[in-house]
Design a protein around this ligand. Structure first.
Ligand code: 9D3
Length: 265
């Protein structure tokens, strides 16, 4: 899989330790050639003499707006550049607070794509005309305010890379992850509590059942713990989920603002 990032801070996407994407699972995957991460500076495509990529908003207001031309040309350049011929089809993604929330389901879908192009930036917003022309999938990583889209892009990359076959070591398995689902049961559950040696730590013991050697009872206890924790901490995960109505637009709801999707069992 190839992942391109368009940003004005390409150095944030270094794959040399101690960079965030240079250590642990993403670092190992990059060095093993399982994923190719290419960061491109949008500034290099600014046609104006001051290499400006943003400008003041029409209508006034705070912050700066990403200009159409540098971003459009950067996308064209990145998409034409590929190590294989013809270039692989590229899924365009804009990281934005206005996007659909990132979920493990969405990560699983994106992990099947041969090429992703992530657009991240430090600006109030992107000129709507270039968003309409690029028609990217717009993704948010949650309802809190970041300084820019770069860390959100890294969150997405980290979540993606660990799903690439061979990226996880023997010690790491994605099957029992919180939020991982199967087609049979699409509802994610939180994880159960974990314990390791010593059996007694400063007067605190380990649940007796985990020392019993009865693997069937242990499996049942762990599932009960997962259900109880999910009910207590994340009841929203157990509630029926509204699904987006089918849409030909990459961003759910753009064509049909009223969702008439079915609830999951
Ligand atoms: C007052 C309007 N703000 C939007 C909520 C302005 C604004 C805040 C932060 C505009 C851009 C940003 C930078 N954030 C991102 O680019 C971003 C983000 C985020 O802030 N939270 C969660 N997910 C994401 S993905 C990209």
């Amino acid at each position: 899989m190839r992942i391109d990032i368009l940003t004005t801070f390409p150095e944030m996407f270094a794959i040399q330790p101690p960079a965030a994407l240079g250590v642990s699972i993403p670092g190992r995957a990059a060095r093993a050639g399982l994923v190719e991460i290419v960061a491109t500076n949008i500034r290099d495509f600014a046609a104006n003499k001051h290499q400006k990529t943003d400008d003041r908003p029409f209508g006034g207001g705070p912050g700066m707006v990403m200009m159409c031309q540098p971003l459009w040309d950067a996308v064209a350049h990145a998409e034409a550049a590929d190590t294989v011929s013809p270039p692989r089809p590229c899924t365009r993604i804009l990281l934005t607070p206005q996007g659909v929330p990132l979920t493990q389901r969405l990560v699983e879908d994106l992990a099947t794509r041969p090429r992703l192009l992530l657009i991240a930036g430090h600006y109030e917003g992107v000129d709507e005309r270039v968003i309409e022309r690029l028609a990217p999938l717009e993704i948010s990583i949650g309802d809190y305010v970041l300084s820019g889209g770069e860390l959100a892009a890294m969150v997405l990359i980290d979540a993606l890379v660990r799903l690439i076959p061979g990226a996880l070591g023997d010690e790491e398995s994605s099957l029992a992850d919180s939020f991982s689902t199967t087609p049979q049961d699409p509802r994610p559950l939180l994880d159960c509590p974990h314990y390791t040696r010593p059996r007694d730590w400063e007067g605190a013991s380990v649940p007796e059942i985990l020392l019993s050697g009865d693997h069937a009872r242990i499996a049942r206890w762990r599932l009960e713990q997962r259900l109880a924790r999910t009910q207590a901490r994340r009841p929203d995960l157990l509630a029926p989920w509204p699904t987006a109505a089918p849409s030909s637009h990459p961003n759910p709801g753009v064509e049909s603002p009223v969702s008439d999707g079915e609830a999951l069992p």
